[in-house]
Design a protein around this ligand. Structure first.
Ligand SMILES: Cc1ncc(COP(=O)(O)O)c(C=O)c1O
Length: 311
């Protein structure tokens, strides 16, 4: 996860110096907000996927958390993201903005001062390249997604990811690749860091937006499905509906689009990524590689020629 620089509070800081103090409220209470964004190598140079919308979600998360004095706009953060990619010389990378709180210890958000950093590093697909070919095996987790009145699910608040880490670690220790997390009512919500889709009789289904993070990959897949004439619905989904689906796949910035071969030892459809999963994966890959009519709409290109700091 190395790079030359991390952007912190308005300037590029050498990697080793990008540190925070032990007495930092975010470290103790999980009151931070983050984003996960990817930049892809394209014929027009590095293209950041849906950068403006990721940064809007970042500011929305900060707003949901109730921070009232965050000083940066989407455009400020967009410029900072471009600078970080450019000065690190990356053609393709994962980008991690984080808002963290500096201030006295205690549980009053209004006494803290928001700080922000943007790191970037070269990072392959989160679940591995092979998983994209074979599909993953998931378990339905005994951990439940956060109730909307607990931590809220529309914000990428750092502390929310304790729930995700519990689910992910239990899945891995139990021999699975990922976990399906149910909502507090027992319906399918999402995975630990991905949204979930299923296909049955030619229709694409995904759980409604209310209890899940509104993933930008989820939104992209819904739009690409519409482009391809695949009907999409957002009903409540139960775990046994997943078991009898023709196909299941999961989506996220880190994982991208990954088919599911089994859930709780029930083979899903053919036991490998099915035709609709493959069609949508192909359409998504064309977009991020700059080869789709959607590419210019969804990629924010970085001009590497303006590079100044690093040699
Ligand atoms: C809990 C959760 N659900 C879904 C997603 C997928 O969202 P996106 O496609 O915007 O990365 C993520 C990743 O950010 C996540 O953490």
């Amino acid at each position: 996860m190395r790079s030359d620089f991390i952007w912190m509070n308005g300037e590029l800081v050498p990697y080793e110096q990008a540190t925070v103090h032990f007495i930092t409220p975010t470290l103790h209470y999980g009151v931070g907000v983050f984003e996960g964004i990817r930049c892809y190598s394209t014929p027009k140079g590095p293209g950041v996927f849906r950068l403006g919308e990721h940064l809007e979600r970042f500011l929305d998360s900060i707003h949901i958390l109730g921070i009232q004095n965050f000083p940066y706009t989407v455009e400020d953060l967009r410029q900072a993201t471009h600078l970080t990619i450019r000065e690190n010389g990356f053609k393709e990378c994962y980008i991690r903005p984080l808002m963290y709180l500096k201030g006295p210890m205690g549980l009053n958000l209004d006494r803290s001062e928001p700080q922000v950093g943007i790191a970037a590093w070269e990072w392959g697909p989160y679940l591995g390249e092979e998983a994209k070919q074979t599909g993953v095996h998931m378990m339905v987790s005994s951990f439940t997604r956060l109730h909307p009145n607990t931590n809220m699910t529309k914000a990428k608040i750092s502390g929310n990811y304790v729930n995700s880490m519990l689910g992910k670690t239990l899945a891995l220790r139990s021999g699975y690749d990922e976990a399906v997390i149910l909502d507090p009512q027992g319906y399918v919500a999402e995975c630990t860091g991905e949204n979930l889709f299923m296909v049955r009789n030619g229709v694409l289904y995904t759980p409604p937006a209310a209890p899940v993070l509104e993933g930008l990959t989820r939104d992209s897949i819904i739009k690409l499905a519409a482009d391809l004439g695949i009907p999409v619905e957002e009903p409540m989904i139960t775990r046994d509906q997943l078991y009898i689906a023709d196909e299941v796949f999961i989506t996220g910035t880190a994982a991208e689009v990954v088919g599911v071969r089994a859930i709780d030892h029930r083979t899903i459809g053919p036991g490998r990524p099915g035709p609709v999963t493959r069609k949508l994966t192909e359409a998504f890959t064309d977009v991020i590689r700059g080869l789709s009519p959607r590419s210019d709409e969804w990629l924010d290109y970085v001009d590497l020629k303006e590079r100044q700091v690093a040699s």
